[in-house]
Design a protein around this ligand. Structure first.
Ligand code: PEP
Ligand code: MG
Length: 760
């Protein structure tokens, strides 16, 4: 049926609500009048406002249409009933037959059984639900989009009244009440390792929006236009100020962010909200609430991360709208910030982090985010520990509290006692000493006491990882994961941009060898701009070389870019997840075609070409003698190899300790592969996480590996181990254990290291 008409003038409704709120009556009286105004404007028989109280309970605070005796009596838990569902998901509901909805909870005291259609929206403040606003009608009808929009806009204005503390005490709206002053240990997820202690600075850039309802929309459109231009100018200045040599990838992240700032859809929606009657600030907030609510339902982590970028931009835009005179809640630089600070935020965009004085930043704690979020990438580049997914931390921590962010163990200590602070100081000191010891071996070769040289390389994925080459004294890049720069971009890079990426990597490596691995995407490593089907078994699914061979143009573009980037120099390229020799030959053929093309077109070819295969699938490890005549090197990817050898998901925490990389079986398998490579004169390396653990690295050297590639923080530990090892003694010790059927030889190898003064 046709929608019941409403005034179609959200601006008029907003103005009426604003007038009520500007009056001098009590909060309750104002709320009562607002429900009456909304009901009449939307031609609804019922309009009710529920307010969130302590204990996650939504209480009916005002109603027009339901029984007056239900006010302050009807209460629903978050998640209970339709109102509870709206609060739980922070999303609107629009139903023509509310009573037919599985979550409908009948409350006889309200007399609502005669109303069939229902439309409710969350009342949001600072991204949190603080209440629910709902309208109902007797007829079965779906409310139209404009009505929903209007209700959401009005909810924003009502939020001011609910959050004002005039209806319920503000403290009731703080979920973590009661434990606020006790020392706490909070669990999170590691986004960046490291350890830091400092005073909490809450990053809650809430602007006081002085006026929600626009007097003159044309003026508001103009203010928005000016603020957007100012924001773009300021972002450009910030981009220019970024030190290119310190990390171009970090700059790429910021450039992607700059592109989001130009997003026409986002800006158009803000304009629409202004047309609907809001001031420019309120329109920015309104659109942002909406995006957050919609995106909270999206499971794709990359897309969810973009919400944080948009949030960052929304605050930035509000800052420009407010002008220089309006202070932000958290000032970001200057004297007011503590000397050692731990920044606490719900989420953050990369540019916001850079607004803070980095010499004072000791750590970052986030309620949301992921290790691949832009802010985490930038924080790692700045060597700041980051713990993410720390539930409700903003409600628990008070500004100025002492906080320890322990990225290594993914924990946050809030208001730690003296004992914990002492322990922190001891581990921090030990960490600094270890760092100093690693720095001392930086320029010394990784050579055993009996003169065996081992090449220690880094695994990298972003350009700024390359700075670790100098910092750690690594020999080169043993694994460059090319999918990483693809994942931080908003679209598939073309040949020219790929060429630029690879050329920069080679330039930063400054002559040290770099092994590029072709794309390892698909399975669970989705690219944001490329949708693939969900698979039952993504790790064993359509990924890596399987995708590349099925999409030869994509692989050829990648190889073309690598060839161009290394023209006149050396190109080392390896293919991931090869399972059989013909697969390698097919990939190699595409490389040969690209070499031919580059010669024909005169775009330059590398002087030296090294082509390798990664051994990650056990089947390939069993065919090495057939593969070796075709390759210049092989590199063992122990992360995947282990999961396939033991049929044990590498990402499943429950299985993490079930099988050991130092099982005799693994060592035997690796020893055989090394021997086959030695016989064929083909160099073999290992580039999985295993090589970064000094005991494992020692065992790898014991079975014959002379080339390891590890994450940058492990170069120092592995080098120190190598320099304290007598290889001859280790080899004899390991020979005695051959043929063992134990679960693991870790215990024995540790004992050997301790007995022989090997630093592990
Ligand atoms: C491996 O599997 O060991 C490896 C180095 O590749 P990735 O971790 O990128 O799968
Ligand atoms: Mg792998």
């Amino acid at each position: 049926m046709a929608p019941l008409s409403h005034s179609g003038q959200p601006r008029r409704l907003l103005a009426r609500v604003r007038d009520v709120m500007a009056g001098h009556r009590s909060g309750q009286e104002q709320l009562d009048e607002i429900t009456a105004i909304i009901a009449s404007d939307l031609v609804a028989e019922v309009c009710s406002i529920y307010v969130l109280r302590a204990g996650e309970v939504l209480e009916l605070f005002a109603t027009q249409g339901l029984k007056a005796s239900a006010v302050h009596r009807t209460r629903l838990r978050v998640g209970e009933g339709l109102v509870g569902q709206i609060a739980a998901h922070a999303r609107p509901l629009n139903l023509s037959d509310a009573q037919g909805h599985p979550n409908f909870a009948f409350r006889p005291e309200t007399g609502e059984e005669v109303y069939h259609s229902f439309m409710g929206v969350p009342i949001l403040r600072g991204g949190r639900v603080i209440g629910v606003l709902a309208v109902q009608n007797k007829t079965r009808r779906l409310y139209i989009d404009e009505e929903l929009e209007t209700l959401q806009t009005v909810a924003m204005v009502v939020a001011e009244l609910v959050a004002s503390g005039r209806l319920v005490n503000r403290d009731e709206q703080r979920p973590a009440d009661g434990i606020a002053l006790l020392p706490l240990r909070l669990e999170g997820v590691r986004f960046s390792a490291g350890l830091g202690m400092g005073q909490a600075v809450l990053h809650q850039p809430q602007f006081v929006i002085r006026s929600l309802v626009a007097e003159d929309p044309a003026e508001e459109h103009e203010r928005l236009r000016r603020a957007v231009a100012d924001m773009h100018g300021a972002l450009d200045d910030m981009l220019r100020a970024q030190d290119l040599s310190a990390g171009g990838e970090h700059r790429d992240v910021l450039e992607t962010y700059r592109m989001i700032a130009e997003d026409a859809g986002w800006l158009a929606r803000i304009d629409e909200a202004i047309t609907g009657g809001l001031t420019a600030e309120a329109a920015v907030q309104r659109v942002h609430n909406d995006i957050r609510a919609r995106m909270s339902q999206v499971s794709d982590p990359y897309l969810r991360e973009r919400v944080h970028d948009l949030e960052d931009l929304a605050y930035r835009l509000m800052g420009h709208l407010a002008g220089p005179d309006v202070p932000q809640v958290s000032s970001r630089s200057g004297e007011s910030l503590p000397e050692h600070m731990i920044l606490i935020a719900r989420s953050m965009g990369p540019a916001e982090l850079l607004d803070y004085d980095r010499t004072r930043l000791r750590g970052l704690v986030l309620e949301e985010g992921s290790a691949t979020s832009h802010v985490a990438i930038v924080a790692r580049a700045l060597d700041i520990p980051v713990v993410g997914h720390v539930h409700n931390v903003l409600d628990i921590v008070e500004p100025g509290d002492t906080v320890i962010a322990d990225g290594q163990s993914s924990q946050v200590f809030v208001r730690p006692g003296e004992d914990v602070q002492q322990a922190f100081k001891a581990s921090y000191k030990a960490r600094q000493e270890r760092r100093a010891a690693y720095a001392a071996v930086r320029d010394l070769p990784a050579e055993t006491l009996d003169g065996c040289r081992v090449s220690v390389n880094i695994n990298a994925g972003l350009l700024f990882d390359l700075q670790h080459l100098d910092e750690t004294g690594a020999d080169g890049v043993g694994l460059y994961r090319t999918e990483v720069p693809f994942m931080v971009r908003s679209e598939f890079p073309d040949v020219a941009s790929q060429t630029q990426i690879y050329a920069k990597i080679l330039e930063q490596a400054a002559g040290r060898p770099v092994r590029f691995r072709t794309l390892d995407v698909g399975g669970d490593k989705d690219l944001p701009y490329w949708s693939t089907e969900r698979e039952e078994n993504p790790a064993m699914g359509w990924r890596a070389i399987r995708v590349s061979l099925d999409r030869p143009a994509m692989l050829r573009h990648q190889l073309r870019a690598m060839i161009r980037a290394s023209a006149g120099g050396t190109l080392s390229v390896m293919f991931p997840m090869i399972a059989e020799v013909p697969e390698f030959l097919d990939a190699r053929r595409l490389l040969d075609l690209e070499m031919e093309r580059a010669r024909d077109q005169g775009t330059g070819v590398p002087e030296t070409l090294n082509v390798g295969a990664m051994v990650e699938v056990p089947a390939l490890g069993l065919q090495l003698p057939y593969l070796l005549p075709h390759v210049n090197f092989v590199s063992v990817g122990s992360n995947d190899l282990m999961q396939f050898l033991f049929a044990s998901d590498r990402g499943n925490a429950r299985l993490a300790d079930r099988y050991d990389t130092l099982s005799p079986l693994v060592l035997e398998f690796l020893r055989t592969m090394v021997a086959q490579c030695d016989t064929a004169g083909v160099p073999i390396a290992l580039c999985g996480e295993m090589a970064g653990n000094p005991v494992d690295a020692m065992a790898l050297i014991g079975v014959g590996f002379r080339n390891l590639s590890v994450s940058a923080p492990f170069v120092g530990p592995v080098k120190s181990m190598v320099r304290s090892l007598h290889l001859g003694r280790l080899e004899s010790y390991m020979a005695e254990m051959e043929g063992s059927t134990k679960h693991s030889l870790r215990h024995n190898l540790r004992a050997f290291a301790l007995d022989h003064g090997v630093i592990i």
